[in-house]
Design a binder for this molecule. Sequence first.
Ligand code: KG4
Ligand code: ZN
Length: 363
Amino acid sequence: MYKDIVKQKFNEIRKNYKKQDILVLGIESSCDETSIAVVRNGRERLSNVIATQIDIHARFGGVVPEVASRNHLLALDTVLEEALTKANVTLEDIDAIAVTYGAGLVGALMVGVSYAKALSYATNKPLIAVNHIKGHISANYLTYPELKPPFVSLIVSGGHTALVKVNDYTKNTLLGSTIDDAVGECYDKVAKTLGLGYPGGIVVDKKAHEGENNIKFVSHEILPNTFDFSFSGIKTSIINYVHKLKQAGKEIPVNDICASMQAQVVGELVNKSIGACNKCKSKTLVVGGGVSANSALREELSRAGEQNGIKVYFPEIKLTGDNGAMIASEGYFMAINGEGLAGLDLTPAPNINLKWERRKEKL
Ligand code: KG4
Ligand code: ZN
């Protein structure tokens, strides 16, 4: 019986992980990247194949959910085959299948979750339900083999912005999060207003280096005395600024807008992150998510960390965006702690965050 076999195999992972290698297959399809990876012992990438749909969505100026779902479906078989071939393993060698079940686009998640359930059923391998946001933290376990909790983590992606106290591999406390837009979303929307295309974060980052921080978009302190963030004020202020210049037929100082926005947004992220570390008496800060590729964030946070005696970790650039390896890594740490085993009734949780954990699935 499937249920009994996978339960037994799942328990064996916890019993045996110190004596034998554990291979986890990680499947990611929450947004516009179809990715599958094979990871050994939560730390070592044997493969990490990423099929990006950026070119498909760029012409629409952003991700079109239905188009994303259909392209995940088209890509998955090929991506799996490549991930197994590159890792030089077969499905038989895999110990568990980890899949992103939230947060993300419901249709896109549905494709990955259904694919993972079918694979799990066909191979009798345990299925592990992974929270994508936590996966972004685990990208650092792949980059730094010596990195261990506890630490404070700053998660900055297209869908989330949060400060978290990571107490253990599977236990965390939410310190604060955005009350409106995520920081990546703010970058993307500003980029769109400036006609810089999708995804905009990397372009705004580049243009920021060619401009000057000489426009003040928000003059008040944002959500003082909390670890919460708000980015919709600066976004709206920039959009209004650009529209006014356009109406007056004036030139748009694109590079200065990018430089000013970047300085203000990064300033917020740095202040709150260092504040959270000090509050938690943590000497380690771990950053994750697409925006952790940002050059100013890397520079400013590393400098502030040095000044405050805090070591700051960023994932290697190719692990900042969405990828299957971070899901496999997170799935490994869940499995060796006896957590996350999902049944065939697993459904996508598009709005999951770090506060709202998955209900206990019954096998
Ligand atoms: O983590 P991610 O790949 O997807 C989500 O889980 O949302 O993050 C994507 C976000 C996009 O908003 C993108 O514009 C942003 O990360 N991003 C950047 C940079 N590179 C990617 N934002 C600022 N500077 C960058 N260099
Ligand atoms: Zn992500």
